[in-house]
Design a protein around this ligand. Structure first.
Ligand code: A3P
Length: 307
């Protein structure tokens, strides 16, 4: 594997601090790349699995919390759920982590059908297709993703905004160099697949989840195969889950204010920044806005996608 990795296109990015590799048309860093290759070689998906897929910074943490709360609601309520004391990324494992690739570990540790991944659709392990398991994909306005990505990396690298100019991050993003980017291709892959296999692939948009949480959380639950009953709805179960997983609630929990995953350079709180739609307006110049709109129009020409 080491020899193969050496042959891949490389780019030093994030203000000269991170080495990224281009593998199967997407950019990532070495630990995730190695785990991706392992996962592609050995991961065995099962028909009952539900994959939560996303490009980074599009609402992954939120989707994980919601899906976890939905599938575990008979076991836990909003006062006993592990989401109160465990980071969402610990409740739902990420596929491309070496220790997670072993399917048995996932079963033992989690005993849940949920697995997350940032991989592009075309790079998912073959067994995800052959098992015909379900996929939920969340995506988000590209400009807000760029800003979120910028702060996340900057904070992970412990750089001030002066030491990490936004312009550099913007430029790299436009060139497609972002976590699992190019972002447009990431979205397009799942979008196309959702047209071909609508019964197996659900697309959710971050902004829709924000503006209409109830209908979208119900869609999510229906799709996962855990629909809310009329009695549950009457008893306020949907509203409770929305409240539990809200940014306001989650970002104020101790675990999310002070915790950090073992070995990670990212503190849990970096996953909970502002959660605002349109925060990009505080960072983009007119030229940046026009450039990204033009790129997006070109990439999404002929699709119904709007970012
Ligand atoms: P901002 O940086 O714009 O605040 P991911 O989970 O894919 O890494 O995405 C992180 C983004 O989702 C961050 O966006 C974060 O604030 C936002 N987020 C995290 N938890 C959220 C929640 N419960 N509700 C809405 N947005 C959330």
């Amino acid at each position: 594997m080491e020899e193969m990795i050496k042959t891949l296109p490389q780019h030093t990015c994030a203000w000269g601090k991170v080495k990224a590799y281009k593998y199967q048309e997407f950019w990532t860093v070495k630990p995730f790349l190695e785990a991706t290759i392992l996962a592609q070689q050995s991961f065995k998906a099962e028909p009952s699995d539900v994959f939560l897929c996303s490009a980074p910074k599009t609402g992954t943490t939120w989707l994980k919390s919601l899906a976890f709360a939905i599938v575990t609601r008979e076991k836990f309520d909003e006062s006993t759920t592990p989401l109160l004391t465990k980071f969402a990324h610990e409740c739902v494992p990420l596929l491309e982590k070496a220790q997670v690739v072993e399917r048995e570990n996932i079963r033992k540790n989690f005993n849940l059908p949920l697995i997350s991944t940032h991989l592009r659709y075309a790079s998912l392990p073959e067994s995800v297709f052959s098992s015909n398991c379900k996929i939920v994909y969340i995506y988000r306005n590209i400009k807000d993703v760029i800003v979120s990505h910028y702060h996340f990396l900057r904070e992970g690298l412990k750089l001030s905004m002066e030491d990490a100019p936004f312009e550099g991050a913007f430029e790299e993003f436009c060139q497609g160099i972002s976590g699992y980017g190019p972002y447009w291709d990431h979205v397009l892959g799942y979008w196309k697949a959702s047209l071909e296999r609508p019964e197996k692939i659900l697309l959710l948009k971050y902004e829709d989840l924000k503006s209409e949480p109830k209908s979208n959380v119900k869609r999510l639950a229906d799709f996962i195969g855990c629909p809310f009953s009329v009695d549950e709805e009457k008893a306020g179960v949907v509203d409770n889950i929305i409240r539990l997983c809200s940014f306001e609630n989650m970002s104020n929990l101790d675990v999310n204010k002070t915790g950090k995953l073992n070995g990670s350079m990212f503190e849990n709180r970096f996953y909970y920044r502002k959660a605002k739609v349109g925060d990009w307006k505080n960072y983009f110049t007119k030229e940046m806005e026009e450039r990204i709109d033009k790129l997006t129009d070109e990439k999404f020409n002929g699709t119904s996608l709007l970012l």
